[in-house]
Ligand binder design. Structure first.
Ligand code: GLC
Length: 669
């Protein structure tokens, strides 16, 4: 297994030799450190001989530093490292970070500082870091965030197309460029860890997380996992100010659970993957082989979903958060994954049993860090620490498992350079949302557009008068989708960038009329563009037939129509009105997945484009509409004739979709 852990001056010497060598210089803890410290080394780390404690010596190999630090840690300090709290919770009492020796804090979707600016983010992360550094051993904090299409929680960040649109580009190098820009904007604002990319394989588009996948093909997911290279660079670069630790998620099979087995109110999300081992290998595990072997991904997040092997006779689903055979057996032992496994949000609470059983089961299954966001009345990180400590003392969890978990966590922190540079390096903070970054996002938007049908309508000529209608034409909140400013996203969100209408208005030299419901008259000879689609959602709230309530922190319960993959009546009427009156009629679908276009409606449409969730740079859509760039996108998922066809995927025996996987018409500049 290729590993690029940073090498100290002693190169690749074995950890033991390194430790022996380094130990010679470690004076007893009681010795007074000399007063004169070499430049850049704090005196508290010095020993009488003038050498730093091994774990504080950047010239030593990471393995040596980890071994030394681990040997110094108490059980409480080790278990604390395995706990991850949520920003809002610890913000109420930051001293808990030091008191409990927490290993990590995250910002859940939409969990932003009061002032949602890069400086406020960096100040927040650094204040928490101060707490961590004040502990006995001064182990720095890891801060994680869902930078899943750019640093979407941060207002002003470049917001890229969601993964399903990137899958349509079939451009792994572009994914890498996007990963690098996202890493730069994330790290410059504080977080050093992103919970991305999702290498999930969406096999049933009724799943609310279809747009977080690169598509229905595991090969395509593996190709687009190149994004990890952009996030991390070569592991030796992880301590650079434009790199972050990446996370391959959600391990594994999250994208092909059986409809109807969803967790709680969800119809399919977090459900049960009923598969043979061979099918699971091919559809669920194969992208992780690439993420680990080719890209050396630094962390993996298990799925909320369960696996039920058909060979064993269905009826015995096992949660991935409890799956020792897959997490330890396949991921760590067979694939040699040497990064850290981070649980999903309270994921262990879905394992049957008491909390003590959930903790022991998941730790023994091979999870290393636990996203237990809360404290107080909701069981969370304080109880996790208490419960795991008791489990070790009672012999239910072996110390060797704790040491393995903590070694993985410490290795990530050393690789990220956090012991030498714990605070945010803000040199790139002004690059956040820069014109250069937005140019790359605009290129990605253009390349993600898939031309499904074109009866001599596209490209439009700049001279044409254009009539724009539809609910999604002028809504940057809709085109950004979920994981933007808030967890669920929202149609009303305003972020820096351009809507699709902005793009059309800047590209057209003719008259542009905008009438969302197509109530304004269509000027004679005008060409129609109707932009329709879905409102934003995230996770199970996007499941077809799923919960009607979307929850947005700060926006309370948001009542939304249940999602159906059908066009709204208003959008359908707008299409019919415009297509009946305009010279040509183009329909753009802004959505996280295919939407159903009934035959009688399709017959009225001249050109049909899958626009997916393009993010902040709506001008990229106009670039292909007006021929500034050619259409090159290809469907990353099969486009069904009706919802009843789901799940429908390339290779199915009775495969009869409206548009096949890989379909995409070309135009020429
Ligand atoms: C969510 C998601 C996961 C995300 C995590 C932290 O529930 O399942 O993808 O990384 O919580 O926000």
């Amino acid at each position: 297994m290729r590993s690029h852990r940073r090498r100290g001056a002693i190169g690749g010497a074995s950890a033991l030799a390194g430790l022996l060598c380094a130990t010679l210089f470690v004076a007893p803890a009681s010795s007074a450190a000399p007063t004169s410290a070499p430049a850049g080394v704090s005196t508290d780390a010095l020993t009488r001989s003038g050498h730093t404690l091994p774990y504080k010596n950047p010239r030593l190999a990471t393995k040596t530093r980890v071994a030394d630090l681990l040997a110094r840690m108490t059980l409480a300090e080790k278990v604390g490292q395995m706990a991850q709290a949520e920003r809002a919770d610890v913000a109420a009492n930051p001293a808990q970070i030091a008191e409990l020796g927490l290993g990590s804090v995250l910002s859940g979707g939409g969990s932003t500082p009061a002032e949602n600016t890069p400086e406020a983010w960096a100040d927040t992360v650094d204040a928490f870091q101060e707490q961590a550094l004040s502990t006995r051993l001064g182990i720095p904090l890891l801060y994680g965030v869902d930078s899943v299409h750019g640093h979407g929680n941060l207002n002003g960040a470049t917001v890229f197309p969601h993964n399903i649109g990137l899958g349509a580009t079939r451009d792994p190098k572009l994914a890498e460029r996007i990963g690098h820009i996202t890493a730069e904007e994330t790290r410059a604002s504080g977080p050093q860890w992103t919970f991305a990319p999702c290498v999930c394989v969406a096999r049933d588009d009724r799943w609310g997380r279809t747009y977080e996948s690169f598509g229905e093909s595991p090969k395509l997911a593996a190709q687009m996992a190149q994004m990890i290279e952009g996030f991390q660079g070569d592991k030796r670069e992880l301590d650079d100010p434009d790199r972050v630790l990446a996370t391959a998620k959600h391990f594994a099979g999250d994208g092909f659970t059986t409809f109807g087995t969803g967790e709680g109110d969800y119809t399919i999300d977090q459900g049960i993957t009923q598969a043979s081992r061979a099918e699971f290998d091919k559809l669920a595990l194969s992208p992780y082989v690439t993420a680990i072997k080719k890209h050396d991904v630094g962390s993996v997040m298990p799925s909320f979903s369960s696996v039920d092997w058909t060979e064993d006779g269905l009826g015995n689903p096992l949660k991935m958060h409890a799956h020792k055979e897959l997490v330890t057996g396949w991921l760590k032992e067979k694939q040699g994954f040497d990064g850290l496994v981070i649980s999903d949000w309270r994921g262990i609470h879905q394992i049957p049993g008491t909390y003590a059983e959930q903790v022991a089961t998941s730790v023994n299954a091979g999870l290393d860090m636990f996203m237990e966001p809360f404290s107080g009345d909701t069981v969370g990180y304080p109880q996790f620490i208490e419960t795991l400590t008791a489990a070790v003392e009672d012999g239910k969890v072996p110390m060797a498992r704790i040491d393995d978990a903590v070694s993985r966590i410490l290795t990530a922190k050393f690789d990220l350079g956090l012991f030498e540079k714990p605070f945010t390096d803000r040199r790139n903070i002004d690059e956040i949302g820069s014109a250069d970054h937005r140019r790359v996002a605009r290129e990605a938007v253009a390349k993600s557009q898939v031309l499904l049908r074109n009866r001599h309508a596209l490209p439009l000529s700049g001279r044409d008068d254009v009539y724009v209608a539809g609910s999604k034409a002028d809504s940057i909140g809709d085109q950004a989708g979920g994981w933007t400013i808030t967890w669920q996203g929202n149609s009303t969100h305003q972020i820096p960038g351009d809507t699709i209408l902005d793009g059309i208005e800047s590209a057209a030299r003719g008259e542009v009329t905008h009438s969302p419901d197509a109530s304004a008259p269509v000027p004679a000879g005008a060409h129609g563009v109707v932009v329709v689609g879905e409102h934003p959602y995230a996770e199970g709230f996007g499941d077809v037939g799923g919960p009607r309530w979307g929850y947005d922190p700060g926006e309370g319960g948001v009542l939304r129509p249940a999602l159906t993959m059908q066009l709204s009546d208003a959008d359908t009427e707008a299409i019919e009105t415009v297509c009946a009156a305009a010279a040509t009629c183009t329909v753009l679908v802004v959505s996280g997945r295919p939407m159903i276009i009934p035959p009688e409606l399709l017959g009225q449409i001249d050109a049909l484009v899958a626009s997916w969730l393009p993010g902040s740079e709506g001008k990229g859509v106009a670039d292909v509409l007006f021929g500034k760039r050619p259409f090159t996108g290809k469907l990353p998922v099969t486009w069904p004739r009706s919802v009843d066809q789901e799940p429908i995927n390339i290779g199915d025996s009775d495969y009869d979709p409206l548009f096949a996987y890989g379909h995409g018409l070309k135009t020429h500049r």
